[in-house]
Design a protein around this ligand. Sequence first.
Ligand SMILES: [Zn+2]
Length: 396
Amino acid sequence: MPSGAELIRKAKEQIREVDPKQVHDLVQSGNGDAPVVVDVREQQEFEQSHLPGAVHVPRGHLESRIEGAARDRSDRVVLYCASGNRSALAAKTLQDELGYENVESMTGGITLWKDRGYDVEVPRRLTDEQRERYSRHLLVPEIGIEGQLKMLDAKVLLLGAGGLGSPTALYLAAAGVGTIGIVDDDVVDLSNLQRQILHSDARIGEPKVDSAAQAINELNPDVEVVKYQTRLDASNIMEIIEGYDVIVDGVDNFPTRYLLNDASVRLKIPVVSASILGFDGQISVFAPYQGPCYRCLYPTPPPAELAPSCGANGVLGALPGIMGVLQAIEVVKLITGSGEPLIGRLVLYEALSTSFTDLKLRRDPDCPICSRDPEEISDEEMGVFPDYEAFCAAAG
Ligand SMILES: [Zn+2]
């Protein structure tokens, strides 16, 4: 029986080897004939650093996974490991047993590559605790480690820590959205607790932003909560919303909706908007310049008597649960780029009949706001809306 060293020596005689410089030049050239560079080391080795653009197929999974990296037997494949031995054996397997015609092993492995002064990629990693916490996300291909890192980097602003904001905040916090801003000037009231599950009996009388921050950090201390104990208005909106990746609108009043629409179009921030009344809810995503904005749909506010936000209205306690969770899912889709967000669509949910209706929405080419360039939208016209007090007084 040959020794291990002999086996490796023989394998190297039967395969082709390639110098790191040649691999470097091929990859740098950026031509269509660049080889598929495959790292055959173990997971931990790959995670520490690897060649830029390398695909990871550990040697133990070579036979079962190589087709995911190089589908075609004629593809040019360069294998590497730490020093060039494991990749030589792997190259022999690909060549002799799997019929790959154009396989090479990089001499000296990543060690020689680094000695030559070539760059390596050091992937960002999750901590062991994050791996455990988000393990069910890591198992979903649409999210995975990349999606999870995007969520940890994401900044999401919630308008309102009420009925809709409660489930949205909790699920986004649980999902690992790194920064959650909350705008709410209210305090927790006993009548809120029928649906606003962020808060608790013990926190009645506390500012909602404080109560929300406590609930979020008890669930996930990874999340940074930014509190805005204020009411969104024309004087503060640009300052507050700038820098956020997504805004979640759970505020059911028209002046704020119009103001938010105009400001978010100007800053090109998508808004996940939902509203609830009685047993009915609706949700849409307003992505500036990709789909319609709020003013495309409602160029003017509805008649005052139809405005549900002027006084207290009844709502089923669990309804904001459904609609808020739908909002949280839209946020995750926007952040991770997975699926089809509700851009240009309005989904209506009727709880009493348990039915969902999906309506198409179109951009209005004459929309007063989004038919123009963002920088043309002036401060003076943002959120311009009839006097709200008068508007509600007219509703009786
Ligand atoms: Zn518009």
